[in-house]
Design a protein around this ligand. Structure first.
Ligand SMILES: NC(=O)c1ccc[n+]([C@@H]2O[C@H](COP(=O)([O-])OP(=O)(O)OC[C@H]3O[C@@H](n4cnc5c(N)ncnc54)[C@H](O)[C@@H]3O)[C@@H](O)[C@H]2O)c1
Length: 389
Protein backbone atom coordinates (compact mmCIF):
# COMPACT_ATOMS: atom_id res chain seq x y z
CA UNK A 1 0.00 0.00 0.00
CA UNK A 2 1.41 3.47 -0.93
CA UNK A 3 0.28 6.81 0.43
CA UNK A 4 0.08 9.70 -2.03
CA UNK A 5 2.01 12.88 -1.20
CA UNK A 6 -1.07 14.75 -0.01
CA UNK A 7 -1.84 12.02 2.56
CA UNK A 8 -5.47 12.37 1.50
CA UNK A 9 -5.51 9.15 -0.49
CA UNK A 10 -3.61 5.93 -0.88
CA UNK A 11 -3.06 3.34 -3.55
CA UNK A 12 -3.57 -0.33 -2.97
CA UNK A 13 -2.78 -3.14 -5.38
CA UNK A 14 -5.07 -6.17 -5.53
CA UNK A 15 -4.34 -8.85 -8.15
CA UNK A 16 -2.06 -6.38 -9.99
CA UNK A 17 -4.84 -3.78 -10.35
CA UNK A 18 -4.01 -0.53 -8.58
CA UNK A 19 -6.92 1.15 -6.79
CA UNK A 20 -6.76 4.74 -5.50
CA UNK A 21 -8.76 5.16 -2.31
CA UNK A 22 -9.78 8.34 -0.52
CA UNK A 23 -8.57 8.53 3.02
CA UNK A 24 -11.76 10.13 4.34
CA UNK A 25 -12.95 6.75 5.59
CA UNK A 26 -10.02 6.62 7.93
CA UNK A 27 -10.46 8.95 10.89
CA UNK A 28 -6.82 9.37 11.88
CA UNK A 29 -4.46 8.81 8.99
CA UNK A 30 -1.29 8.95 11.01
CA UNK A 31 -2.57 6.35 13.44
CA UNK A 32 -3.62 4.04 10.61
CA UNK A 33 -0.29 4.49 8.95
CA UNK A 34 1.60 3.52 12.09
CA UNK A 35 -0.33 0.26 12.26
CA UNK A 36 0.69 -0.60 8.71
CA UNK A 37 4.37 0.07 9.38
CA UNK A 38 6.16 -3.20 10.11
CA UNK A 39 9.75 -1.94 10.02
CA UNK A 40 11.39 0.52 12.42
CA UNK A 41 11.61 4.11 11.14
CA UNK A 42 14.95 5.02 9.53
CA UNK A 43 17.52 6.04 12.12
CA UNK A 44 18.41 9.72 12.10
CA UNK A 45 21.28 9.53 14.59
CA UNK A 46 24.76 10.87 14.25
CA UNK A 47 26.13 7.40 13.53
CA UNK A 48 23.92 6.85 10.47
CA UNK A 49 21.91 3.70 9.93
CA UNK A 50 23.96 0.53 10.30
CA UNK A 51 23.92 -2.98 11.65
CA UNK A 52 25.78 -3.56 14.92
CA UNK A 53 27.89 -6.62 15.73
CA UNK A 54 27.07 -7.79 19.24
CA UNK A 55 27.97 -10.50 21.75
CA UNK A 56 26.02 -11.91 24.68
CA UNK A 57 27.41 -12.76 28.12
CA UNK A 58 25.16 -15.23 29.97
CA UNK A 59 22.46 -17.44 28.46
CA UNK A 60 20.49 -18.30 31.61
CA UNK A 61 16.85 -17.77 32.59
CA UNK A 62 16.21 -14.25 31.29
CA UNK A 63 18.59 -14.43 28.33
CA UNK A 64 17.11 -17.68 27.06
CA UNK A 65 13.47 -16.79 27.71
CA UNK A 66 13.52 -13.16 26.54
CA UNK A 67 16.62 -11.37 25.34
CA UNK A 68 18.33 -13.73 22.87
CA UNK A 69 15.03 -14.08 21.05
CA UNK A 70 14.63 -10.29 20.84
CA UNK A 71 18.21 -9.75 19.67
CA UNK A 72 17.79 -12.38 16.93
CA UNK A 73 14.48 -10.87 15.84
CA UNK A 74 15.90 -7.36 15.61
CA UNK A 75 17.83 -7.57 12.34
CA UNK A 76 19.67 -4.35 13.16
CA UNK A 77 21.83 -6.50 15.46
CA UNK A 78 24.21 -9.19 14.22
CA UNK A 79 24.79 -11.75 17.00
CA UNK A 80 28.45 -12.83 16.69
CA UNK A 81 28.78 -15.05 19.77
CA UNK A 82 27.38 -16.14 23.12
CA UNK A 83 29.41 -16.70 26.30
CA UNK A 84 27.91 -19.19 28.76
CA UNK A 85 29.92 -21.11 31.36
CA UNK A 86 27.33 -23.82 31.95
CA UNK A 87 27.75 -26.29 29.03
CA UNK A 88 24.31 -27.87 29.50
CA UNK A 89 22.58 -24.48 29.37
CA UNK A 90 24.71 -23.45 26.37
CA UNK A 91 23.63 -26.58 24.50
CA UNK A 92 19.94 -26.02 25.29
CA UNK A 93 20.06 -22.44 24.03
CA UNK A 94 22.05 -23.35 20.91
CA UNK A 95 19.52 -26.06 20.05
CA UNK A 96 16.38 -24.09 20.91
CA UNK A 97 17.33 -21.10 18.78
CA UNK A 98 19.02 -23.10 15.97
CA UNK A 99 22.27 -21.27 16.72
CA UNK A 100 24.57 -23.95 15.27
CA UNK A 101 26.28 -21.23 13.17
CA UNK A 102 26.78 -18.95 16.18
CA UNK A 103 29.85 -19.85 18.25
CA UNK A 104 29.42 -20.40 22.00
CA UNK A 105 32.38 -19.72 24.30
CA UNK A 106 33.15 -19.77 28.01
CA UNK A 107 34.25 -16.71 29.95
CA UNK A 108 37.88 -17.87 29.63
CA UNK A 109 37.77 -16.54 26.05
CA UNK A 110 36.47 -13.14 27.08
CA UNK A 111 39.64 -11.15 26.39
CA UNK A 112 40.01 -12.57 22.89
CA UNK A 113 36.34 -11.85 22.11
CA UNK A 114 36.50 -8.28 23.40
CA UNK A 115 39.65 -7.54 21.39
CA UNK A 116 37.65 -7.91 18.15
CA UNK A 117 37.70 -4.46 16.50
CA UNK A 118 34.52 -5.28 14.59
CA UNK A 119 32.50 -5.91 17.73
CA UNK A 120 30.33 -2.89 18.59
CA UNK A 121 28.48 -3.86 21.73
CA UNK A 122 27.78 -6.54 24.30
CA UNK A 123 24.80 -7.60 26.37
CA UNK A 124 25.42 -8.67 29.99
CA UNK A 125 22.85 -11.21 31.20
CA UNK A 126 25.01 -13.12 33.70
CA UNK A 127 24.33 -13.34 37.44
CA UNK A 128 24.33 -9.98 39.26
CA UNK A 129 27.64 -10.43 41.18
CA UNK A 130 29.48 -10.73 37.82
CA UNK A 131 27.95 -7.64 36.16
CA UNK A 132 30.51 -4.98 37.09
CA UNK A 133 33.41 -7.13 35.92
CA UNK A 134 31.84 -7.89 32.51
CA UNK A 135 30.59 -4.31 32.07
CA UNK A 136 33.91 -2.62 32.90
CA UNK A 137 36.08 -4.99 30.88
CA UNK A 138 33.77 -4.53 27.87
CA UNK A 139 33.72 -0.73 28.18
CA UNK A 140 37.49 -0.65 28.63
CA UNK A 141 37.76 -2.61 25.37
CA UNK A 142 35.75 0.11 23.65
CA UNK A 143 32.42 -1.76 23.51
CA UNK A 144 29.00 -0.34 24.28
CA UNK A 145 27.02 -2.25 26.92
CA UNK A 146 23.46 -3.11 27.75
CA UNK A 147 23.16 -4.93 31.08
CA UNK A 148 20.34 -6.57 32.92
CA UNK A 149 19.42 -4.85 36.18
CA UNK A 150 20.97 -4.04 38.56
CA UNK A 151 24.06 -2.47 36.96
CA UNK A 152 26.15 -3.83 39.84
CA UNK A 153 25.81 -5.46 43.21
CA UNK A 154 26.57 -2.28 45.20
CA UNK A 155 26.90 1.49 44.83
CA UNK A 156 30.69 1.38 44.33
CA UNK A 157 30.34 -1.03 41.40
CA UNK A 158 27.49 0.94 39.83
CA UNK A 159 29.48 4.19 40.08
CA UNK A 160 32.54 2.52 38.60
CA UNK A 161 30.53 1.13 35.64
CA UNK A 162 29.01 4.52 34.78
CA UNK A 163 32.27 6.42 35.26
CA UNK A 164 34.02 3.94 32.97
CA UNK A 165 31.29 4.46 30.35
CA UNK A 166 31.74 8.24 30.64
CA UNK A 167 35.52 8.01 30.42
CA UNK A 168 35.36 5.77 27.36
CA UNK A 169 32.50 7.72 25.73
CA UNK A 170 30.44 4.54 25.38
CA UNK A 171 26.76 3.75 25.93
CA UNK A 172 25.78 1.95 29.14
CA UNK A 173 22.10 1.01 29.36
CA UNK A 174 20.72 -0.70 32.47
CA UNK A 175 17.66 -2.86 31.78
CA UNK A 176 14.90 -1.73 34.11
CA UNK A 177 12.30 -2.87 31.61
CA UNK A 178 9.25 -1.39 33.33
CA UNK A 179 10.42 2.00 31.97
CA UNK A 180 9.50 0.74 28.51
CA UNK A 181 6.06 -0.63 29.41
CA UNK A 182 3.21 1.48 27.95
CA UNK A 183 1.15 1.68 31.15
CA UNK A 184 4.14 2.66 33.30
CA UNK A 185 5.07 5.30 30.71
CA UNK A 186 1.55 6.67 31.01
CA UNK A 187 1.82 6.75 34.81
CA UNK A 188 5.07 8.68 34.49
CA UNK A 189 3.42 11.24 32.19
CA UNK A 190 0.55 11.62 34.68
CA UNK A 191 3.03 12.06 37.55
CA UNK A 192 4.93 14.67 35.55
CA UNK A 193 2.08 16.71 34.11
CA UNK A 194 0.71 17.73 37.51
CA UNK A 195 -2.88 16.73 36.69
CA UNK A 196 -3.22 14.88 40.02
CA UNK A 197 -2.22 17.99 41.96
CA UNK A 198 0.23 17.52 44.82
CA UNK A 199 1.16 13.86 45.06
CA UNK A 200 0.66 12.42 48.54
CA UNK A 201 0.79 8.63 48.12
CA UNK A 202 2.45 6.20 45.71
CA UNK A 203 1.76 2.47 45.94
CA UNK A 204 3.74 -0.14 44.00
CA UNK A 205 2.94 -3.83 44.19
CA UNK A 206 4.92 -6.79 42.85
CA UNK A 207 3.69 -10.34 43.37
CA UNK A 208 6.17 -12.53 41.49
CA UNK A 209 5.36 -15.83 39.83
CA UNK A 210 6.66 -18.50 39.78
CA UNK A 211 9.01 -18.48 42.76
CA UNK A 212 12.58 -18.64 41.35
CA UNK A 213 14.57 -21.79 42.16
CA UNK A 214 16.09 -22.09 45.64
CA UNK A 215 19.44 -22.32 43.86
CA UNK A 216 18.84 -18.85 42.37
CA UNK A 217 17.50 -17.43 45.65
CA UNK A 218 20.56 -18.70 47.49
CA UNK A 219 23.03 -17.05 45.11
CA UNK A 220 21.13 -14.09 43.58
CA UNK A 221 23.41 -11.65 45.45
CA UNK A 222 25.33 -11.26 48.68
CA UNK A 223 23.21 -8.59 50.39
CA UNK A 224 21.36 -10.96 52.74
CA UNK A 225 17.91 -9.80 51.57
CA UNK A 226 17.50 -10.50 47.88
CA UNK A 227 13.75 -9.90 47.85
CA UNK A 228 14.77 -6.21 48.14
CA UNK A 229 17.93 -6.10 46.02
CA UNK A 230 16.82 -8.52 43.30
CA UNK A 231 13.03 -8.08 43.11
CA UNK A 232 11.81 -4.95 44.90
CA UNK A 233 14.57 -3.11 43.03
CA UNK A 234 12.08 -2.87 40.12
CA UNK A 235 9.51 -1.17 42.38
CA UNK A 236 12.20 1.09 43.81
CA UNK A 237 13.21 2.04 40.26
CA UNK A 238 9.54 2.85 39.51
CA UNK A 239 9.40 4.96 42.67
CA UNK A 240 12.52 6.88 41.66
CA UNK A 241 11.18 7.35 38.11
CA UNK A 242 7.62 8.35 39.09
CA UNK A 243 8.91 10.83 41.70
CA UNK A 244 11.43 12.29 39.25
CA UNK A 245 14.36 11.39 41.54
CA UNK A 246 13.15 13.31 44.62
CA UNK A 247 15.32 12.40 47.63
CA UNK A 248 13.86 10.16 50.32
CA UNK A 249 14.16 11.15 53.97
CA UNK A 250 13.53 7.75 55.59
CA UNK A 251 12.71 4.09 54.95
CA UNK A 252 11.20 1.32 57.07
CA UNK A 253 11.23 -2.36 56.11
CA UNK A 254 9.05 -5.21 57.37
CA UNK A 255 9.63 -8.80 56.18
CA UNK A 256 8.56 -12.36 56.89
CA UNK A 257 9.69 -15.82 55.75
CA UNK A 258 6.78 -18.23 55.15
CA UNK A 259 8.56 -20.86 53.02
CA UNK A 260 10.36 -23.52 55.13
CA UNK A 261 13.34 -23.85 52.76
CA UNK A 262 13.73 -20.08 52.59
CA UNK A 263 13.73 -20.06 56.40
CA UNK A 264 16.79 -22.33 56.24
CA UNK A 265 18.42 -20.06 53.63
CA UNK A 266 17.41 -16.96 55.63
CA UNK A 267 15.80 -15.11 52.70
CA UNK A 268 12.43 -13.38 53.29
CA UNK A 269 9.59 -14.10 50.86
CA UNK A 270 7.36 -11.13 51.76
CA UNK A 271 8.44 -7.53 52.23
CA UNK A 272 6.91 -4.09 52.64
CA UNK A 273 8.93 -0.89 52.35
CA UNK A 274 7.62 2.50 53.47
CA UNK A 275 9.58 5.42 52.08
CA UNK A 276 8.99 9.06 52.99
CA UNK A 277 10.27 11.74 50.59
CA UNK A 278 11.42 15.27 51.29
CA UNK A 279 8.37 16.72 49.48
CA UNK A 280 6.00 14.86 51.86
CA UNK A 281 5.10 12.01 49.48
CA UNK A 282 4.90 8.58 51.10
CA UNK A 283 5.57 5.51 48.93
CA UNK A 284 4.62 2.01 49.98
CA UNK A 285 6.05 -1.00 48.18
CA UNK A 286 4.82 -4.53 48.81
CA UNK A 287 6.53 -7.51 47.24
CA UNK A 288 5.87 -11.24 47.43
CA UNK A 289 8.01 -14.01 45.94
CA UNK A 290 5.11 -16.15 44.78
CA UNK A 291 1.55 -15.33 43.71
CA UNK A 292 -0.22 -18.54 42.68
CA UNK A 293 -2.69 -16.71 40.39
CA UNK A 294 -0.06 -15.13 38.09
CA UNK A 295 2.33 -12.22 37.71
CA UNK A 296 0.73 -9.30 39.55
CA UNK A 297 2.21 -5.80 39.11
CA UNK A 298 0.19 -2.69 39.99
CA UNK A 299 0.74 0.98 40.85
CA UNK A 300 -1.36 3.80 42.23
CA UNK A 301 -0.66 7.52 42.42
CA UNK A 302 -2.81 9.60 44.76
CA UNK A 303 -2.82 13.41 44.74
CA UNK A 304 -4.88 16.40 45.86
CA UNK A 305 -6.75 16.46 42.50
CA UNK A 306 -7.24 12.75 41.84
CA UNK A 307 -5.91 9.23 41.64
CA UNK A 308 -4.36 7.13 38.85
CA UNK A 309 -4.04 3.35 38.86
CA UNK A 310 -2.32 0.91 36.57
CA UNK A 311 -3.91 -2.52 36.62
CA UNK A 312 -2.75 -5.88 35.24
CA UNK A 313 -3.30 -6.77 31.61
CA UNK A 314 -4.71 -10.29 31.11
CA UNK A 315 -3.95 -13.08 28.64
CA UNK A 316 -6.96 -12.00 26.56
CA UNK A 317 -9.73 -9.48 27.15
CA UNK A 318 -12.57 -12.04 27.02
CA UNK A 319 -15.09 -11.89 29.86
CA UNK A 320 -17.71 -14.63 30.20
CA UNK A 321 -20.91 -13.57 31.97
CA UNK A 322 -23.28 -16.17 33.42
CA UNK A 323 -26.17 -16.08 35.88
CA UNK A 324 -23.89 -16.70 38.84
CA UNK A 325 -21.22 -14.16 37.86
CA UNK A 326 -18.42 -13.48 35.41
CA UNK A 327 -15.07 -15.08 34.65
CA UNK A 328 -12.05 -13.68 32.87
CA UNK A 329 -8.66 -14.92 31.72
CA UNK A 330 -5.86 -15.30 34.30
CA UNK A 331 -3.05 -12.77 34.63
CA UNK A 332 0.09 -13.35 32.58
CA UNK A 333 2.19 -16.22 33.92
CA UNK A 334 5.47 -14.37 34.56
CA UNK A 335 7.77 -11.53 33.53
CA UNK A 336 8.62 -12.75 29.98
CA UNK A 337 4.91 -12.72 29.05
CA UNK A 338 3.87 -9.60 31.02
CA UNK A 339 6.76 -7.47 29.78
CA UNK A 340 7.18 -9.02 26.33
CA UNK A 341 6.71 -5.69 24.57
CA UNK A 342 8.76 -3.72 27.12
CA UNK A 343 11.75 -6.06 26.73
CA UNK A 344 11.66 -5.74 22.93
CA UNK A 345 11.36 -1.95 23.18
CA UNK A 346 14.30 -1.89 25.58
CA UNK A 347 16.53 -3.69 23.04
CA UNK A 348 15.31 -1.32 20.33
CA UNK A 349 16.10 1.64 22.61
CA UNK A 350 19.66 0.31 22.98
CA UNK A 351 19.95 0.35 19.18
CA UNK A 352 18.76 3.97 19.13
CA UNK A 353 21.38 4.83 21.76
CA UNK A 354 24.15 3.16 19.73
CA UNK A 355 22.98 4.98 16.68
CA UNK A 356 23.13 8.35 18.39
CA UNK A 357 19.37 8.89 18.09
CA UNK A 358 18.86 9.20 21.84
CA UNK A 359 20.46 8.83 25.27
CA UNK A 360 19.81 5.91 27.67
CA UNK A 361 16.45 6.37 29.41
CA UNK A 362 17.93 5.02 32.66
CA UNK A 363 20.59 7.34 34.06
CA UNK A 364 23.59 6.95 36.37
CA UNK A 365 21.97 9.23 38.99
CA UNK A 366 18.76 7.16 38.96
CA UNK A 367 20.65 3.86 39.28
CA UNK A 368 22.68 5.24 42.18
CA UNK A 369 19.56 6.53 43.97
CA UNK A 370 17.82 3.16 43.42
CA UNK A 371 20.84 1.42 44.98
CA UNK A 372 20.95 3.87 47.89
CA UNK A 373 17.29 3.06 48.65
CA UNK A 374 18.04 -0.69 48.36
CA UNK A 375 20.96 -0.28 50.79
CA UNK A 376 18.93 1.68 53.35
CA UNK A 377 16.01 -0.76 52.97
CA UNK A 378 18.34 -3.66 53.78
CA UNK A 379 19.79 -1.72 56.71
CA UNK A 380 16.26 -1.26 58.06
CA UNK A 381 15.59 -5.01 57.54
CA UNK A 382 18.72 -5.86 59.52
CA UNK A 383 18.22 -3.35 62.37
CA UNK A 384 14.42 -3.31 62.53
CA UNK A 385 14.64 0.51 62.71
CA UNK A 386 13.49 3.41 60.54
CA UNK A 387 16.62 4.41 58.61
CA UNK A 388 17.20 8.08 57.68
CA UNK A 389 18.85 9.16 54.39
N1 LIG B 1 14.47 -7.53 34.34
C1 LIG B 1 13.92 -8.59 34.92
O1 LIG B 1 12.72 -8.67 35.11
C2 LIG B 1 14.82 -9.72 35.32
C3 LIG B 1 14.28 -10.99 35.54
C4 LIG B 1 15.16 -12.02 35.87
C5 LIG B 1 16.51 -11.79 36.00
N2 LIG B 1 17.00 -10.53 35.80
C6 LIG B 1 18.45 -10.25 35.95
O2 LIG B 1 19.14 -10.97 34.93
C7 LIG B 1 20.39 -11.45 35.43
C8 LIG B 1 20.46 -12.96 35.22
O3 LIG B 1 19.39 -13.53 35.90
P1 LIG B 1 18.83 -14.98 35.49
O4 LIG B 1 17.55 -15.14 36.23
O5 LIG B 1 18.84 -15.15 34.03
O6 LIG B 1 19.94 -15.89 36.20
P2 LIG B 1 20.50 -17.29 35.72
O7 LIG B 1 21.34 -17.77 36.83
O8 LIG B 1 19.41 -18.15 35.20
O9 LIG B 1 21.40 -16.92 34.45
C9 LIG B 1 22.70 -16.42 34.54
C10 LIG B 1 23.55 -17.20 33.52
O10 LIG B 1 24.83 -16.63 33.48
C11 LIG B 1 25.77 -17.69 33.47
N3 LIG B 1 26.99 -17.17 34.09
C12 LIG B 1 27.16 -16.78 35.37
N4 LIG B 1 28.41 -16.33 35.55
C13 LIG B 1 29.03 -16.46 34.36
C14 LIG B 1 30.34 -16.15 33.90
N5 LIG B 1 31.26 -15.63 34.74
N6 LIG B 1 30.63 -16.38 32.62
C15 LIG B 1 29.70 -16.88 31.78
N7 LIG B 1 28.45 -17.21 32.15
C16 LIG B 1 28.13 -16.99 33.42
C17 LIG B 1 25.16 -18.81 34.29
O11 LIG B 1 25.71 -20.06 33.91
C18 LIG B 1 23.71 -18.68 33.91
O12 LIG B 1 23.36 -19.48 32.80
C19 LIG B 1 20.46 -11.03 36.90
O13 LIG B 1 21.25 -9.89 37.01
C20 LIG B 1 19.03 -10.72 37.28
O14 LIG B 1 18.93 -9.68 38.24
C21 LIG B 1 16.18 -9.52 35.46
Amino acid sequence: MNWNDDSESFQISINRTVYTCAARYIKDISQYRSYTTSVPPPATGTNGQRRYNVGVFGAGRIASSVHINNILRDRRFNLKWVVEDNPVQAQIVQNNYFLQDTPFFTSKEREMLLSDKNLDAVFVFTSTPTHADFICSSLNSGKNVMTEKPTGENSTDIKLCYETAEKKGKVLLTGFQRRFDPVFKEMREIAMNGSLGTLQLLKVTTRDNPKPSYEFLKSADRTGCNIISDLAVHDIDMTVWLTMCVRPVSIYTVTHIHDATLQDIGEPDVVTLTIKFENGLIATIDVVREAVYGYDIRTELFGTLGMAQSDNPRRTTAIVDKVDGATMQPLFYSFPQRFEKAFATEISHFYDCLNGDTKPLITKEECLLVQEIVNKGIESYKTGQVVPF
